[in-house]
Every structure is written in structure tokens, then in C-alpha cells.
Design a protein around this ligand. Structure first.
Ligand code: XMP
Length: 327
């Protein structure tokens, strides 16, 4: 019988052996709960849903149906990685839905941050529910809930609603194989299940994705500038040994323009803001001070390679007073 509550004396899973034992236990529990029925899972590609998918896949194979909804606000290469890892390498039953146009059309002209988040969350549920309705014989919903989610919702301090927090009206019984684990344990289990290191140890990424890093009303060209500059930043952090050392880093492209010069001609383009931060609990956050030569290199790459950017700014603000994300 799967545990709903983490036992007080439960040993922290911090070795491959402990992870292996947990995986074996979960496989037995999942099989006992699900039998020969089907489980549906919204697979975002984040750590929790990916580890949840890998566990379910190991336990029930083709009885698991994963749905990956691309809301058009994912980072460069993310949908491709989900398809490569789960469909091609692990042979999962994966339905990929490119709903980019649906989301971006709805978001067009919407500048209020809360309204943007609301639209993204609601539309995600709609797309997922529509897909669920097309499938026969689904009785269970897999969910990558983890122990801090339970603690935070009990204490009423969960400020963020993730895309993928699915409503109870879907009327499925839940299967939550990582429910009693802390984040660090989910990662150890994920590695033991053979998921790529980069997927298991990736930096936090908000459910509304790049949408909150494209402040104001999202336009496709500015969103592309966020995606491309973010890809360059991540590539450079990895190349320079900063991946896994700096807690979170990303770019933001605000909706105002300034003048510049390119190839001897006047430009009127956006700035790109770099944010790189460290934290333990995300309640208080400090800024990572990057090497000046490295900053110069980032500025050069971003201004030359990303269309629409003619200036790079660095955000030196801790939390508080600023939040990590811009919206
Ligand atoms: P803030 O902006 O509140 O962010 O200081 C704190 C941390 O939470 C992440 N974040 C989110 N994570 N869903 C998430 O799972 C969300 O809607 C969301 N919004 C912000 C943010 O990236 C940072 O790590």
C-alpha cells in the first residue's frame, strides 16, 4: 500500500542503494494499485514529473500514457529532449501536443501578470482534459507531487500554482510515486532510473515558463529573443563550469526599446536582462557576481546572435526587495 505521509523516521535517500530499494518498493506499490489499468500523466519535462514518469514506466510500461503539452513557453530544446528521452530512448507511450498557437493567441495583448499566469494555467488544463477525453480506459492520473508540495499546501504558503496542477474534476484516482520524497531524493532516484543528469539536476523553471520572462504582453518575436538569449546563457554557464554551481540563471526581455548601432546603422531594439542568483530556500536570494570577462563575453554573444537585442543589462537585486522572476 503506497504511503501518503512521509514516516518521521524515514532515512534520507542519498545513495544509489537506497534509491534502488525505494524504486523496487514503488514498483510493487504501483502494480498493486493500478493492476492492468491505464495511467495518464502530464509530463512537463521538469524533475518531478520526469522521475514520476520513469518510475511508472518501469512499473507498468505501456499502461502509462504520457502527455507532453508544449505551451510555446518552454526553453529551447526542451520538448525535443522530452521526446528523445521518453519516446525514443525509454519507449514510453508519449503523446506530444504542440499547443503553441493556442496559448500565444490567447495571451496576445494581455499584459497583467496575474491574468497571464491564469490564462496559461487554465488553458493547460483544457488542453490536457481534451486529450484525456480522447483516450479510452484511463482510470488513474499520475502526478509528480513531492513532499514539500504537501507541506507547503498544508501550511497555506504555496504561492505558485504550477502548470500541471490538475483539477479534481478529472475524476481519476491519483498515483503519486514520489509523494513522500524531498527534492534531493527525487534527483537521486531519477539518476538511478537512468534519466540524463541534466534533466534530473536542472535549475528550477516556473510552470508559466518563459511567459513570466517576457514581461507585459507577449509577442512572438520578443519571446524568441528570450528563448535564444536563455539558450546562450545556459550554454555559456555550462561551458564555464557554472552549471550546478549557480542556483538559477536566466534572461528577461522587457517590452521597451532603446537606440543602438549595428553595422553602422541606427537600431531601436530591446535590452536583455541577465539574472543569476543563489539561494537555499528561495525566501532570501543573493546575486551571483560573475567575472567581468565572462560578462563581456555574454554581452558580445547575446547582442550579436539574438535578433532584436542591442543592449545587455545585469540585475544586481537580491530578494527581497525583488522576487526572482519578473512577474
Ligand atoms: P519568486 O519569483 O517568487 O520565485 O521569487 C521563487 C522561485 O520559484 C520559481 N517560480 C515558480 N516555480 N511555478 C513554479 O514551479 C511557478 O509558477 C513559479 N513562479 C516562480 C522561480 O523560478 C524561483 O526559483
Amino acid at each position: 500500500m503506497a504511503l501518503l505521509v512521509r514516516p518521521e523516521n524515514m532515512q534520507r535517500i542519498n545513495t544509489p542503494e537506497l534509491a534502488k530499494a525505494y524504486i523496487e518498493e514503488q514498483i510493487a506499490d504501483i502494480k498493486a494499485q493500478v493492476g492492468d489499468k491505464k495511467v495518464l500523466l502530464a509530463l512537463s519535462g521538469g524533475v518531478d514529473s520526469s522521475v514520476c514518469a520513469a518510475l511508472l514506466l518501469k512499473a507498468i510500461g505501456q499502461q502509462l500514457v504520457c502527455v507532453h503539452v508544449n505551451h510555446g513557453l518552454l526553453r529551447k530544446g526542451e520538448p525535443e529532449q522530452v521526446i528523445e528521452v521518453f519516446k525514443n530512448q525509454m519507449n514510453a507511450n508519449l503523446i506530444y501536443i504542440d499547443a503553441t498557437d493556442r496559448f500565444l493567441d490567447l495571451l496576445a495583448g494581455v499584459s497583467d501578470p496575474e491574468q497571464k499566469r491564469h490564462i496559461i494555467g487554465e488553458e493547460f488544463i483544457k488542453v490536457f482534459a481534451e486529450e484525456a477525453a480522447k483516450l479510452d480506459g484511463i482510470e488513474f492520473l499520475g502526478q509528480g507531487t513531492i513532499w514539500p508540495d504537501i507541506l507547503e499546501s498544508e501550511q497555506g504558503i504555496k504561492a505558485h500554482h504550477n502548470v500541471g496542477g490538475l483539477p479534481e474534476e478529472l475524476n481519476f484516482e491519483l498515483v503519486e510515486p514520489v509523494r513522500i520524497l524531498y527534492k534531493d531524493e527525487v534527483r537521486v532516484v531519477g539518476e538511478e532510473l537512468g534519466l540524463p543528469h541534466g534533466m534530473v539536476y536542472r535549475q528550477p523553471f516556473p510552470g508559466p515558463g518563459l511567459g513570466v520572462r517576457c514581461p507585459g504582453a507577449i509577442t512572438r518575436d520578443r519571446l524568441e529573443a528570450v528563448r535564444e538569449s536563455d539558450a546562450i546563457l545556459r550554454e555559456e554557464f555550462a561551458k564555464n563550469g557554472l552549471e550546478g554551481k549557480v542556483w538559477q540563471y536566466f534572461t528577461v526581455v522587457p517590452d521597451f526599446k532603446s537606440t543602438g548601432i549595428k553595422d553602422g546603422k541606427r537600431t531601436f531594439d530591446w535590452p536583455c536582462i541577465i539574472r543569476a542568483i543563489n539561494t537555499i530556500d528561495v525566501v532570501e536570494v543573493t546575486v551571483e557576481h560573475l567575472e567581468p570577462a565572462f560578462i563581456d563575453h555574454l554581452v558580445k554573444r547575446i547582442t550579436t546572435e539574438v535578433p532584436g537585442i542591442n543592449r545587455v543589462l545585469f540585475d544586481y537585486t537580491p530578494k527581497p526587495p525583488a522576487t526572482v522572476e519578473y512577474e
